[in-house]
Ligand binder design. Structure first.
Ligand code: ZN
Length: 315
């Protein structure tokens, strides 16, 4: 479904943002157990890669789903020897039935190929990113070497001993993003679509804010998900509450952008320092991409128009 046009119902006012949502990011804890299999559900172990950054929080979290018989790995992460060995140790003597990627950013999928080479397991999950006629959608952040053996369309599933993974298409952060549901545990692996520690960057042209909002609305309608396990940051225990807050947060951002234009700041470069005061300045370029994503969405809905680098309100 599509969300209703937020500008069509201004009577509702600003949606309250929970305390945790007020900041764009929060600082990672000082110590994290890298290369360590942390049991977080009877069917799930979490392995943190040593790639912390302002964009990855404490690092990429790979998930090993299943027990002694057969397992799947979700988001194998960066191609780092320490992390690959930790995944292999966690898999142990179980059969690796599938290597699943939520999307092909470079902190998620590059270890898929070496893990497949070491185990013979198939790579199953998100689609590779296609190159468009109007130029490559993939930029430096993408893993263009990703080659899946099988793409999982929305609703398709794979299964092993006591577990099932169902693909939930969630484009927006990237065009090829999928979440994976584990119905036996009421878990949804959300990749970078929904994270508890930070809002997701939506960077055009591959990132699409209208798609992202529709994918948030889609998750909000899923009442069967008890907990989210994102690729970065802690588990989300009240997922629908968080998603509702995120939808409100994005609508608030949209109104903020319109107010920036009204206040005589028609360029993204002038809006970001106003809108992201107090946020780590290293994140401002990414924040600018998300502002652009909002503006493109507003433009497609006829609310703003672009002239070079400047935006004006038309709606
Ligand atoms: Zn990503």
């Amino acid at each position: 479904m599509r969300l209703p046009h937020p500008l069509a119902s201004t009577a509702g006012g600003i949606v309250a943002i929970s305390k945790g949502m007020a900041a764009e990011t929060s600082a990672p804890p000082a110590e994290r157990p890298y290369a360590f299999a942390e049991p977080i559900d009877p069917l799930v172990r979490r392995v943190l890669a040593r790639n912390p950054s302002p964009f990855t929080f404490t690092g990429t979290q790979s998930y090993v789903v299943g027990g002694e018989g057969s397992v799947a790995v979700i988001d194998p992460g960066p191609d780092e020897p320490e992390h690959l060995e930790a995944l292999l140790a966690t898999i142990g003597s179980a059969q690796l039935a599938a290597i699943c990627c939520t999307h092909t950013h470079r902190d998620h999928s590059p270890a898929a190929a070496p893990l497949a080479a070491r185990t013979g397991a198939p790579i199953i999950g998100c689609a590779p990113l296609t190159l468009e006629d109007d130029g490559p959608r993939a930029d430096a952040a993408f893993d263009v070497s990703y080659r899946p053996d099988r793409v999982m369309a929305d609703g398709e599933s794979i299964s092993g001993d006591g577990w099932t993974l169902i693909a939930v298409a969630t484009p927006g952060h990237t065009s090829n993003h999928v979440c994976f549901a584990l119905p036996e545990s009421g878990v949804l692996f959300t990749g970078d679509h929904v994270m508890g520690w930070s809002t997701s960057v939506v960077s055009p042209p591959d990132g699409d804010m209208a798609d992202y909002m529709a994918s948030l609305a889609r998750l909000y309608e899923r009442e069967q998900d008890r907990v989210y396990f994102p690729a970065h940051g802690p588990a989300v225990e009240k997922p629908r509450q968080l998603v509702r807050g995120m939808i409100g947060h994005r609508k608030q951002r949209e109104r903020q952008i319109l107010r920036q234009i009204e206040a005589g700041r028609p360029r993204i470069a002038d809006m970001v320092p106003q809108m992201y005061k107090g946020v780590d300045e290293r994140l401002w370029p990414a924040a600018g991409r998300s502002v652009l994503a909002h503006l493109i969405d507003l433009e497609q809905r006829g609310a703003v128009a672009r002239s070079g680098e400047e935006w004006k309100i038309t709606g």
